[in-house]
Design a protein around this ligand. Structure first.
Ligand SMILES: [Zn+2]
Length: 184
């Protein structure tokens, strides 16, 4: 089992406000990135508070108009953006004026934070309820039963498996969970 901790591999640092912002920002970005991709994330970050047209967004971000439209509709479908239509009395053309639904974005972020907290909680109990052995060459980490089945020999490189203290991982997860809870 690979030893990766989602979201937990942030700079250790102290429990300063900066770190909290970083974590919030990290979740925020991860959430939006999953939803609308890299360009979409840039669009969301550039959207001003007032109503804007898709052309304007394309202009200030330098992102293609089609991508801007696709992103805005995707955000709209998730209730993260809304639009108002205005008809030009002379030409009869419709203009779509877009704004982000910031409060829904906050709510989505909160639900994402709770999801992450549950994942970390599962991970914490896994860390606390197992004893780990790791390949001395750093290939992988195994729980006791797996290590024992392999006679404490790494199945990937044949080197020995040694007991691995996971205190640091436990502390990191607990700290991260504390910070996330505070952010809610
Ligand atoms: Zn190995």
């Amino acid at each position: 089992m690979a030893d990766t901790i989602e979201y937990a591999d942030l700079p250790p640092g102290d429990a300063s406000g900066d770190l909290l912002v970083l974590i919030e920002d990290h979740i925020y970005r991860a959430y939006l990135h999953k939803l609308v991709g890299e360009d979409g994330l840039q669009i969301v970050e550039c959207m001003p508070d007032e109503e804007v047209t898709d052309e304007y967004v394309a202009e200030i971000t330098g992102i293609g108009l089609n991508t801007v439209r696709r992103t805005l509709y995707l955000l709209y479908e998730h209730r993260l953006a809304k639009y108002r239509r205005e008809r030009d009395p002379e030409s009869g053309w419709l203009t779509y004026l877009w704004t982000l639904c910031v409060e829904n974005l906050d709510r989505a972020l909160e639900s994402e934070t709770r999801k992450l907290l549950r994942k970390l909680e599962e991970r914490l109990s896994y860390e606390k309820n197992n004893i780990f052995y790791a390949c001395v060459n750093g290939c992988a980490r195994f729980v006791f039963d797996e290590a024992s089945e392999n006679n404490f020999v790494c199945p990937f490189c044949g080197a020995g498996l040694e007991f691995m203290d996971n205190d640091r991982i436990v502390i990191t997860i607990e700290k991260k969970m504390g910070e996330l809870s505070e952010a809610l």
